[in-house]
Write a protein that binds this ligand. Sequence first.
Ligand SMILES: NC(=O)c1ccc[n+]([C@@H]2O[C@H](COP(=O)([O-])OP(=O)(O)OC[C@H]3O[C@@H](n4cnc5c(N)ncnc54)[C@H](O)[C@@H]3O)[C@@H](O)[C@H]2O)c1
Length: 370
Amino acid sequence: MIIGVPKEIKNSENRVALTPAGASEIVKYGHELYIQTSAGIGSGFSDESYLSAGAKLLPTIEEIYKKAEMIMKVKEPIASEYNLIKKDQIIYTYFHFASSEELTKAMINSGAICIAYETVELQDHSLPLLIPMSEVAGRMSVQEGAKYLEKTFGGRGVLLGGVPGVPPAKVLIIGAGIVGTEAAKMAAGLGADVTIMDVNLKRLRYLDDIMPANVKTMMSNSFNIKEMVKTHDLIIGAVLITGAKAPHLITREMLSTMQPGTVIVDVAIDQGGCIETTYPTTHDNPTFCIDGVIHYSVANMPGAVPRTSTIALTNATLPYAITLANNGWKNACRKDEALKKGLNIVNGQIVYKGVAEAFKYQHVEIDTLL
Ligand SMILES: NC(=O)c1ccc[n+]([C@@H]2O[C@H](COP(=O)([O-])OP(=O)(O)OC[C@H]3O[C@@H](n4cnc5c(N)ncnc54)[C@H](O)[C@@H]3O)[C@@H](O)[C@H]2O)c1
């Protein structure tokens, strides 16, 4: 198959869909691979590293789209890319269709095969192409929280691990899924006094078994949250109710009970946030302060560490890309149920129910097209 990797052109996006290591795997299977010149620069991968991996370079995005049977990307195509996409071309990337009717219409009109990373789903309902970004955001939430706890950034001036003779900072993590667990590991490693909450007792039991002694578990409910926020230095919001807006577990009222300089990192902001007072911010201006409480609520946290994020993402996307390239999309999706769930739009028809429902469009069962 002929595969193309364009340079990401969405604002502030420095990731790339394939590392040189991934490129050499694809070439090893006998596929023809074209990378747009300088596509990997934002993630620290030179053009030469792709050439040594066996890929070829093309100078413009137009040439990449024209040549490729399958496009591998990171973010959804933006308006200037819509007309470059060809009928029957496979577009393998994050789409998040339900949040943009314009994009949905454009992809219907293109006649392309749109496979969305975010809906590839394993039998246990986990989302293997979203997990790596949650891992990055979870680990990063502690790094960012530690920074904003410093006095110059408006925080309480508390060191997460404390020092001999001074107790460590208290970190509260609400939500014990991927983000919460990774945050707990990092905070614990830095020596903080960590409490992690969830509504899922089975999950808390598991974490209680595997976490170090400085991580305690607690049932999440409004009574417990109200009490805990009064004494904690860093609070990390990491809840997810699949397919729904995040619940506001910390209310505006609770802010006045917190210590001045407390830091909240609301990782769940991409689902609306689990703190009443947060709104999405950007890496250029990541925080704001309400009632003396620092709020950090960047909606694309992994964007700050594109090298790590690119490698983490491509570790997860590459095996599916190889299956697609080796078998063609139809056979690949017949063979792999998880990949089949990634199909969102096929030759002008919506095959993913959630996307059709979001805009009240017609939905076609994918099995009738395979
Ligand atoms: N801001 C970013 O850059 C960024 C990056 C990656 C992920 N995220 C977001 O982070 C959030 C968490 O992602 P995840 O992968 O960890 O999800 P996950 O499904 O692995 O975990 C979510 C956890 O929240 C728990 N939960 C649900 N309701 C709760 C409540 N009332 N109290 C406490 N816990 C509750 C669930 O039981 C589950 O364990 C999602 O909204 C995700 O989109 C944001």
